[in-house]
Design a binder for this molecule. Structure first.
Ligand code: NDP
Length: 240
């Protein structure tokens, strides 16, 4: 039987590419989203992948949603915690709301996504946890104190889960994308985007599919001894 994969924020951007790549690799895929019903409907129409709407920042909604996915598709073998947001501002202008929204979605959202799935993975002695962090969690970024804190925190989650899950056949790994051509990046002013591209040795933004292929590898049996790792996929922009 096909393994089951859950991709949060799997209807748009990097998540959309991940959902499609996992489906192409033979997984039974569920993709979640927050509120953009139109994009989710178009995604399902184009791919045949079912979408589920819940806010990853809310534990009870996540647990309920995951229960529904497992009722529909079966136990989740692969979870990709991809949903994320930005609320950028220089630190002196950053509001407590901007701080909290990003922490709740990008950091607590990972807890809320993995925690309800974890006991089942432990029981079945198999699991793949893949968290989409960011280059800016590795190096920090101007006007992203909130975002960088969450993405660095995501790496801490993965390294700890790797130790806790290892004996139960579960691996936990992170991917740190550099700048990828999604709405999140295309929304910044063209001048800013040009200055970003100038810092990338490869001379271009990454494509969502280039991150999706990393996910498919980490989810596969070929990656069975990779645990607690971070794949940096950033066109040579930053080395750890
Ligand atoms: P997009 O903004 O293109 O898509 C975000 C997806 O996440 C959407 O499906 C959105 O749903 C969903 N989402 C957002 N907030 C929530 C929430 N509270 N609950 C549930 N779902 C939510 O993002 P990207 O594809 O650009 O980014 C995906 C991930 O990759 C993020 O974690 C981001 O931080 C990370 N990343 C992105 C980089 C880039 O260059 N783009 C670089 C490095 C990391 P809806 O459609 O309903 O809004």
């Amino acid at each position: 039987m096909a393994r089951v994969a859950l991709v949060t924020g799997g209807s748009r951007g990097i998540g959309e590419a991940i959902s499609k790549a996992l489906k192409a690799a033979g997984y039974s895929v569920a993709a979640t989203y927050a509120g953009n019903d139109e994009a989710a409907a178009a995604f399902t129409k184009a791919t045949g992948i079912k979408t589920y709407k819940w806010n990853v920042a809310d534990y009870d909604s996540s647990a309920e949603g995951i229960k529904q996915v497992e009722a529909d598709l079966g136990p989740i073998d692969v979870v990709v915690a991809n949903a994320g947001i930005t609320r950028d501002a220089p630190f002196h202008k950053m509001t407590p709301t901007q701080w909290k929204e990003v922490i709740d979605t990008n950091l607590t959202g990972v807890f809320n996504t993995v925690h309800p799935i974890w006991p089942g993975m432990r029981e079945r002695k198999f699991g793949r946890v893949i968290v989409i962090s960011s280059i800016n969690g590795q190096k920090g970024q101007f006007a992203q104190v909130n975002y960088a804190a969450t993405k660095a925190g995501d790496l801490g989650i993965v390294k700890s889960l790797a130790q806790e899950g290892a004996r139960a056949g579960i691996t936990a790994n992170a991917i740190c994308p550099g700048y990828i051509a999604t709405e999140m990046v295309m929304a910044v002013a063209e001048k800013v985007r040009e200055s970003i591209i100038a810092q990338i040795p490869t001379g271009r933004l990454g494509e969502p599919e280039e991150i999706a292929r990393c996910v498919v590898f980490l989810a596969s049996d070929d990656a069975s001894f990779i645990n607690g790792s971070t794949i940096s996929a950033n066109g040579g922009q930053f080395f750890v």
